[in-house]
Design a protein around this ligand. Structure first.
Ligand SMILES: Nc1ncnc2c1ncn2[C@@H]1O[C@H](COP(=O)(O)OP(=O)(O)OP(=O)(O)O)[C@@H](O)[C@H]1O
Ligand SMILES: [Mg+2]
Length: 441
């Protein structure tokens, strides 16, 4: 990209130069035309003022001296014989008799401006080389252009000065951006910003605001994550000390078993954190392809079949025939359903049911996970999507990230997640994910 300063200088000076040359050419043409008329008058005047003596007696005497060297005079008799000649160069052609007045003729030596007049049985021809007229016109045109030529370098300096002044706000903007600290991004000042640069500053401020928002979200996420990780790590350390102090093999085995559980929970927390980080709204979806929701739900249910049986829960899939394919990312949608089924199984007592239902709802696919557990009280339903939020204290061992992950993935698919009571049982939760109903993309 070439510098704005240089571009402006080259184009403005180029423009001035071309305009000056065009003005010069026009001036040359005009001056040439007027000089031509002037010379015509001069030729006619000389012809008519030639003393009769010269015409009749062919004697020039001292009057010859009054003639300008550039002007040729020839007098011919009507038989075509040259009877008098002054200053006539070899190039001047013989006149065409019977053709009086102004005309221009060409000869081997160039063009001539000629005036002819027949007087007292003689043809008087007064001529001047057209070259003289051109030379004079060129001289006058160049002379009038000279001041502009001198002014062009001055104009260049002036343009540089004006452009430098004009670009000063850009340099000020660059300095203001350079002064920003990544830890505290502040909007750039809008005062004294010219209207041309205002949109840039507004766009930059918008970007800075979004950056600041994203960075503060990151900061609070890292702080929350560190805080959440500290608890299981402290518990792990405690369990390890207990195992070390164990009096006998039975106590030691119990302590190690609890240590194992704590480790499982800590690594589950780390896995959930990683999943959430990968589904941050800014990240978008890694890949999009048509997803067979029925096959995907069948796979997730198969994964939890054994666990459900162990817990005495009836886990089932109920899918309509018209579900079709949903554009999205299969891996992400499997994580979404996995979290919902795991939640349902974790909260449903033995003898209960967990149903995964796939249906078409208003032309869009809808996925529902319905359980017969205690449900979530309406007051808590808005908060359960917050990171690290866990309802109540029913010996909750989760990390509180599952539904936040579900929401992120649903948003990325333009789907909406809603919570409701289980419509077919005395208690229980129904989580609905409706595709094509949200704002995401
Ligand atoms: N099906 C459900 N029935 C009753 N309560 C639920 C159900 N699903 C979620 N909850 C409540 O919502 C809270 C948030 O759920 P979420 O899935 O976000 O976190 P979690 O299950 O505690 O942890 P994680 O899923 O990360 O292991 C849970 O602590 C739980 O109390
Ligand atoms: Mg969960």
């Amino acid at each position: 990209m070439r510098s704005i300063r240089r571009q402006l200088l080259v184009w403005l000076l180029g423009g001035v130069l071309v305009s000056t040359l065009i003005a010069g050419a026009m001036m040359f043409i005009k001056v040439r035309e007027e000089t031509g008329e002037l010379f015509d008058d001069q030729l006619r005047l000389i012809a008519t003022s030639l003393p009769t003596r010269i015409v009749v007696q062919h004697q020039a005497e001292e009057e010859d001296d009054e003639l300008n060297d550039d002007i040729s005079v020839q007098i011919w008799d009507l038989d075509g014989k040259l009877v008098y000649s002054a200053n006539a160069g070899p190039g001047l052609p013989k006149p065409a008799f019977r053709k009086e007045g102004h005309h221009s003729v060409s000869s081997a030596s160039g063009r001539w401006q000629v005036f002819t007049e027949i007087r007292r049985g003689h043809l008087i021809q007064v001529a001047r080389a057209s070259r003289d007229r051109d030379r004079l016109a060129m001289k006058l045109a160049l002379r009038s252009l000279l001041p502009f030529m001198v002014l062009i370098p001055l104009l260049g300096l002036f343009i540089l000065l004006v452009v430098s002044r004009g670009l000063r706000p850009l340099a000020q903007l660059a300095r203001a951006v350079g002064r920003q600290s990544p830890s505290a991004l502040k909007p750039l000042p809008l005062a004294h910003v010219p209207p041309e640069i205002r949109p840039v500053v507004l766009a930059l401020n918008d970007l800075l605001a979004r950056l600041e928002q994203a960075m503060s979200a990151q900061r609070s996420f890292v702080a929350d994550a560190a805080h959440e990780l500290r608890t299981p790590l402290t518990a792990l350390k405690l369990q390890l000390q207990l195992a070390e102090r164990a009096g006998d093999d039975v106590q030691r085995a119990e302590a190690f078993a609890r240590l194992g559980q704590r480790l499982d929970r800590a690594s589950h927390l780390v896995r959930q954190l990683l999943t959430l980080a990968r589904h941050e709204p800014q990240m978008g979806l890694p890949q999009r392809a048509p997803v067979d929701l029925v096959a995907l739900a069948g796979q997730v249910i198969a994964d939890y079949d054994d666990l459900a049986r162990e817990q005495g829960i009836d886990l089932g899939l109920n899918a309509g025939d018209d579900i079709g394919l949903e554009p999205g990312n299969g891996d992400s949608l499997a994580i979404l359903l996995d979290n919902l089924v795991r939640n349902a199984l974790a909260h449903t007592p033995a003898g209960g049911r967990v149903d995964v239902v796939l249906a078409r709802d208003g032309g869009h696919a809808a996925l529902r996970v319905i359980d017969t557990g205690p449900g979530i009280p309406p007051a808590a339903r808005l908060r359960v999507f917050d990171r690290f939020y866990r309802c109540g204290d029913r010996g909750n061992t989760g990390s509180g990230l599952g539904l936040a992950i579900v929401k992120s993935i649903a948003d990325a698919h333009g789907a909406r997640v809603t919570l409701a009571d289980n419509p077919g049982a005395a208690s229980g939760l129904m989580v609905s994910v409706r595709f094509g109903a949200g704002t995401g993309g």
